[in-house]
Design a protein around this ligand. Structure first.
Ligand SMILES: [Zn+2]
Length: 68
């Protein structure tokens, strides 16, 4: 079973290589993580940058964390 984000409004899904806990954490702290990413040269883990990209694309939508 894989875990990822699903947008309730447009039905888009993005599978991400991490845990449900981390995806909920990222969704709740999106703005903080974006701010940290802007000021860090090391970059983010792939699931984090992918996840942020998805959350950005669907920022006005309802995004669920779901096992698929
Ligand atoms: Zn959407």
């Amino acid at each position: 079973m894989r875990i990822g984000y699903r947008c309730e409004d447009c039905g888009a899904v993005r599978l991400l290589g991490t845990t449900r806990t981390e995806l909920v954490w990222l969704r709740n702290r999106k703005h903080v993580v974006q701010e940290v990413a802007r000021h860090s040269s090391g970059g983010l883990d792939l699931w984090m940058s992918d996840g942020l990209e998805f959350l950005d694309e669907h920022s006005d939508h309802s995004v669920l964390v779901e096992a698929m």
